[in-house]
Design a protein. Structure first.
Length: 413
């Protein structure tokens, strides 16, 4: 009788899980899965303390991500501690832990996530499937690798309702074998299958062709969510992710600021903003609070010690700044003339009109007025010429501008 009840209970859980998956697929919305705290932290020098991870996790919760790749419990006690802390305070996202296809890894994840409610915790399994990984890393043939993966999925589904599985180095795996892996793990009960471009070798056209092949050759693919995970070694991670969305990806795996191993991962903020500007193509980034993007980019930069490039899309220092006179004049008349989106769209401070050699009269007049400095036309012209004659690299801040005004007015009376 007990065995019958367990089987019936298992069937109910499976039906509920399948219905949730169908619901997400019908809606057509894209779910953001953040891996800043795991894959991002693997960037050399970006190590985070457990309390730092908790701060970022709570900010990601407010941002609106669907799930958090919180760490790799089998790798260190620090990761276990961080996951335990996150599991207690993060409210909305599913918190997942990375595992190799080893029962001990799955046990470690279960222990780290034991205080998290079952429908808000999960594991993400990975195993190399490419010829290179099979031969030189695992030293196993296709059949042995497939059995290793399926056995681990079965073990995980007995302990977790949410189980994702990603064939590591999928982008360099033979397509027929990759599809076989997907078919088998879906039948074994995974919630999500992942497509990781582990070493970042793909381009958008290749992504399109590969994902179409997968969808055509995995007949049970509608029973799981499909996630894409791109690295940025060729500078194509964001473009590849957007192409993945066009080809039916339900989940995009990203990091804040695009941090990660080697050249990094897909930048969460760049994908979210691209979606918001082109909803007719990608659907809206409906769960993401875009006004939280710049604050969380700055927080991650501060806590990891990885500086933001000044021209970093979305959150860089010069994104809403210009020194060009024609652009400054246009921005003063209407910010949309020379901006793809306004600062408030992503939680940035304001447009900055930098005064320098390329500036125009209009920007100088505007800043003088803001500072309460009323000058006649000839003095404004003299101030502009003084600015243009400053040594290379001089930053004309408000203090410097006041000094220039004082020199001009004293000299010209």
């Amino acid at each position: 009788m007990r065995n019958l009840f367990s089987r019936l209970q298992g069937r109910v859980k499976t039906r509920v899980k399948r219905e949730i998956i169908r619901h997400h697929r019908r809606r057509g919305s894209v779910l953001f899965s953040d891996t800043t705290l795991r894959d991002g932290e693997q960037m050399p020098g970006a190590t985070l303390e457990p309390d730092d991870k908790v701060r970022i996790a709570m900010a990601l919760d407010e941002l609106g991500v669907h799930s958090l790749d919180a760490g790799f419990p089998a790798s260190s006690e620090a990761d276990c501690e961080a996951i335990r802390k996150m599991a207690k305070v993060v409210k909305r996202p599913v918190v997942t832990a990375l595992c190799r296809t080893l029962p001990a890894d799955i046990d470690a994840a279960e222990d780290a996530l034991q205080e998290r409610v079952r429908h808000k915790r999960g594991v993400s399994l990975f195993c190399g499937t490419s010829p290179l990984h099979r031969k030189d890393k695992l030293q196993k043939d296709k059949a042995a690798v497939l059995k290793l993966i399926v056995d681990a999925v079965c073990y995980a589904t007995e302990r977790f309702e949410i189980v994702a599985c990603s064939p590591e180095d999928a982008s360099r795996t033979e397509l027929d074998f990759l599809c076989e892996v997907y078919r088998e793990v879906i039948d074994a009960g995974v919630s999500t299958i992942g497509f990781p471009d582990t070493v970042g070798v793909m381009t958008p056209d290749k992504v399109r062709d590969t994902l179409r092949y997968i969808h055509d050759n995995v007949p049970n693919i509608d029973k799981a969510l499909f996630a894409v995970h791109f690295h940025n070694d060729l500078g194509c991670a964001v473009a590849n992710t957007l192409e993945g969305i066009l080809e039916g990806a339900n989940v995009v795996q990203c990091t804040v600021n695009g941090i990660g191993e080697r050249a990094g991962n897909t930048s969460l903020e760049e994908v979210a903003v691209a979606m918001s500007l082109h909803p007719e193509l990608y659907g809206p980034a409906e769960r993401i609070d875009l006004t939280q993007l710049v604050p969380i980019c700055r927080m991650v930069s501060e806590l990891t010690g990885v500086p933001l490039p000044i021209n970093k899309p979305v959150a860089g220092q010069t994104v809403f700044a210009t020194e060009a006179g024609i652009h400054q004049d246009g921005l003063l008349k209407n910010p949309d003339t020379y901006l793809p989106f306004r600062p408030e769209h992503v939680g940035a401070d304001r447009i900055e009109l930098v005064l320098g050699r390329h500036s125009g009269r209009r920007a100088v007049e505007h800043r003088l007025t803001e500072l309460g400095l009323q000058l006649d036309e000839s003095h404004v012209t003299a101030v502009l010429e003084a600015i243009k004659s400053q040594p290379k690299g001089t930053y004309v801040n408000d203090e410097r501008l006041r000094a220039i005004v004082s020199d001009v007015t004293t000299r010209e009376g």
